[in-house]
Structure formats: C-alpha cells, structure tokens
Design a protein around this ligand. Sequence first.
Ligand code: CA
Length: 224
Amino acid sequence: MRVLIVEDETRLAEAIQRGLSAEGFNVDRADNGIDGLWKAKENAYDVIVLDIMLPGMNGYKVCENLREAGVWTPVLMLTAKDGEYDQTDAFDLGADDYLIKPFSFLVLVARLRALIRRGGGDRPVVLRAGDLSLDSVRHRVQRGETELTLTPREFGLLEYLMHHRGEVVSKTQILEGVWDPYYEGDPNVVEVYVGYLRRKIDEPFGRRSIETIRGVGYRLAEGG
Ligand code: CA
C-alpha cells in the first residue's frame, strides 16, 4: 500500500512514517503543498494524508487541485483545532475523511485502511445508498424518484452519514463533522436531527435506513 504524507511538521511526519512503515505501508513524504500536489499527481498512491496548514499551498488547495485534475486518490485531512477551518469545507473540496490533531495512531491506521478499502476510482458526484441519493453539488436528495426537501442541517447530517455509510459513527463524530468541533450545546441535538431525517427519508417510504446502535451512535445502511 503506497501512502503519501503531506505534512510540514517534521517530527509528526517522521512519526507517522515510522508507524505506517511498521504496519507494512510504503510511505512517501512531502513537506509542502506544492511538492505534495506534484507527487500526488505523478504517482499512484492508495491514500494521501494531507495536512491543512502547509507552506507553499494549503491542504484545501492541494485537494481541490487534485480533484480538478481528476485524481480521486482517497484523502484524509489533518486539521488543527484552531477553529480556522471547518470539516465541512474539507468534504466540499473533495476530502474523504479528516482527523483532528492530536490523534491516536491506531485511529489513523484504521481510517486509512477503511479509505483504501473504499478506494478512489472515478468518483460519482452523487452519493448513493440503495435508492437514496444525495447530490452534493446541486444540493438534491432523492428517495427513488421522489425528491426530498431537507433543511441545510439535515442535508449536512445526511451527507455525513452517506460519506460514512455502513460504518457506525458516534454522536461526537457527528457533532464535530456536521456542527463544529467547538459545539458546546446539548449533544442530544444529534438525536433530534436524526429524528427529523428519519421522518423525511425513511418513514414515508416504510424504510429504516438509519440504525441506532445503542450507546454508540448511528449507522446508515449501505443499501439505504
Ligand atoms: Ca502544518
């Protein structure tokens, strides 16, 4: 498995490289955005770990440029908890997942393996889970042929669940990914919005696509 790490903090980059090499990954590194973009375009990686704050070109630009060039290698973004950027931006610009620093190495490896399994390929703009489809660009959601009207927050939540379809995501992950890492309100807001979503995407169709995993979180069924 070939991995590219684009990270300017040398000690962190070295630590990730050592750890991933020990896990059997073949690791390449770039310490600025311009080199990172060049390497990502020139070589066939299975996954890319991309920091956001980088000299030369920031991670968002690198990701955007890659996708514009038709390179769909899965990208995991590393975000600092400085509040300057939003995870939703990362998804909008074509990232596949993100981790907030500091992160556990085990979690990083698990996420990378999941991304590699999912693969890049010619990614459709439209996310699908069975007959449920979500068009991120045109902001449209359909169940079969029926077009559904969602509020922006409901849309964000469904988009997040669809990005992670088949996986269990915790309320905390949802809060961080759909609300923001600093959200300090009632975490039950997630439950409330999952309820709203179910009333729109499931109940009218006699479906149960969003599963509650008690004490853990939620999972959107792969088959919608
Ligand atoms: Ca950095």
